[in-house]
Design a protein around this ligand. Sequence first.
Ligand SMILES: C[S@@+](CC[C@H](N)C(=O)[O-])C[C@H]1O[C@@H](n2cnc3c(N)ncnc32)[C@H](O)[C@@H]1O
Length: 241
Amino acid sequence: MAHTYNYERYEDMVTDPAWRKRLLSLNKALAKTMHGMDELPSLNGNLFYAHKDLEFIEGELLERFEVKRKNFFQLAKHISSLLEVGVNGGHSLFLALSANPSLKVVGIDVCEPLDPSWAPVHKYVPAAFRWLKKEFPGRCTFIKGNSLVELPKFALKNETTVVDAVHLDGAKDTHLRELLAILPLMNEDGYVVFDDANTKPVRKGIDQVKKLNIARPRDLSHMGIERTPGHRVFPILNAGG
Ligand SMILES: C[S@@+](CC[C@H](N)C(=O)[O-])C[C@H]1O[C@@H](n2cnc3c(N)ncnc32)[C@H](O)[C@@H]1O
């Protein structure tokens, strides 16, 4: 069933039993795709749960990512279009779509376990695509494939599309290349979100983006966005559009 949420505050959303029920429905849909496998159902790390958390279905949201989630909620309230690299179980998109009933999203995921340490993304990411499309009809577009191939293709095929924010949450060493690929579509008042900004390869990507003057940190407290080390939100300075 389609859902339109309109929460004023992040706290209103996460404490709403109806929203919790939808989250449980998403988690059950993901877990169902992993039944019968040798390992118990688990997901790659995300904004809600730790990497391979076996309790994710009914588990509590990861405490240490509370600020990341709040920031993402606040950002979603200020934009109309979001492109995400790395959809995984769909949790960050579920959060963003719940925060803003007018938001439209494009999600890209490789849907293949590129590393043996990953959870079975080939099983559950397509289920996340299906669940989000059903819950938020007309608001989601999904692309299966490698961001380094799919983003330049998307930019070429959708020259008139405007992207207000891009969430870089796929591979950690591809952020500069991903941002450059999508830059021609970026709103000149747009934002880039670097997840895992405390890791070495993402820090390197952020330095490159700053040196090239593509985006820079700025105080975004007027938008309700706090500075937090694991996740940085920068306004775009140099959009291509
Ligand atoms: C950290 S998870 C994303 C978490 C998600 N954004 C959330 O918070 O709910 C990373 C995802 O990126 C995908 N991924 C990794 N490298 C990729 C690439 N080069 N292109 C597209 N997707 C990629 C993986 O399949 C995985 O689902």
